[in-house]
Ligand binder design. Sequence first.
Ligand code: ZN
Length: 457
Amino acid sequence: MLKKWIVAVVVIGVLLVSAKVLFFSVAHKKVEVALPDALLSKQETFRASQQRSKALVDQGIGNLRKRDVNAALTDFIDAVRVFPPNTQAYMMIVKVYLSTRQEGMMYETLEQAGKSFPWFDKILDVVGDEDISKIPLPTESTAVHIAPFKDDRKAAVSFMFDDGEANVYSGVLPLFDKYAFKATIPVIAGQTGPVATSFRGSWADWKDAAKRGFEIANHSMNHHDLRTVSPADYKVEIEDARDLIEKETGQNVRSFVFPLDGYGDQLLARVLRSHAVARQPSLLRTVYNRAVTIIYGGPHFPLATANRLMDIAVARRLWIVAESHGLDQRGSDHYKPMSVEFLDKHLAYISSHAGDIWVDTFYNVFEYLKLRKSSRVERKDVAPARAEVILRCNSSEKTLPQPLTVVVGAGKVSPDAVAAHLPDGGALRAWPCAGESVCVEVSACEVPVSVSWGDNK
Ligand SMILES: [Zn+2]
């Protein structure tokens, strides 16, 4: 349904300016066709839906005036269903969720808005600092807790460049290198070959990217919506694609990205037989309920909006999964592209907040959150300014695949005296962190870690 509407929006948009002749491009070849009568009636349907949607928003505003919030919300949601690009409808839904403090529903609305073509910037503008700060944040134990993000940062962002466009290798990766950030590139195995095309990078590109620390994810063999594919073809689309990517890049594939975001719980179960994670928002929220997947790029996603999203992420402790595609490329149509200038300035903005924002691959952030979710930490005070902490892990592993940041409430901290040791004397990375605490990087399970932060002579 949504896909049909996206097509309709694009078709009608072109139609309105080009009268009775429609130009559309197939693989950047311009084709000229006469406009069939069927499209004229599509245009009428489009306009009728647009008007119906607008009327529903007006009706919803009337219900808000009568203080019937539930009826209003139903109207606004119907307005989106009838006409998915209706910007005002999303703005009203976000406003209602914000004022009724349904923060999670508000983020789900932002996720949904990105999938259509409304003015995302106007929708995000509705989320004001003052309103959102009234919603309480989850609290952690001040004695000891595992930080929600590595190094006790306040937010995380994982950039994903779906489809493995050639310009991602040539244009995006150098920008990530410039700021020493990593990203994830979900590639379409069956559309990747030994030589790059104007649309897709080559195997050599992704092998090199993997070597430089970027994550190559599985975006299926043929990019079909798996909800419409026969189960007989799942093996090719899921496991064979993974095997091919691993063979060509030399990197283990951990993450799966559903083509066209065509996911569902049964498909997810199938994918998780051979992958550690798939990009399905409901799955991400099982390890961290503040995971928000936002589609980046396109005309209504300016730099100010992207930076504002990071501010919100920091204030609200979000993991933003930035679902991106490629760069603007003259002469060919790409889905929601970004300009080099946009991406460079956005990464510079994030870099200037590096103490607050953790930028890492999709899998690395997911794995951290999953380990955090399945572990807990205990504290025992052994002397003034000294405590023992033990990480209890829900696995048979003695060492976690990546360390968790443990935050120990300390009171007065002498920065020079901060230290952490394992029983065998091995030193762990430890540093003074937020609110008179000591942060320690711990990967050893069931082992007492001695943490000290003052003069204990
Ligand atoms: Zn895709």
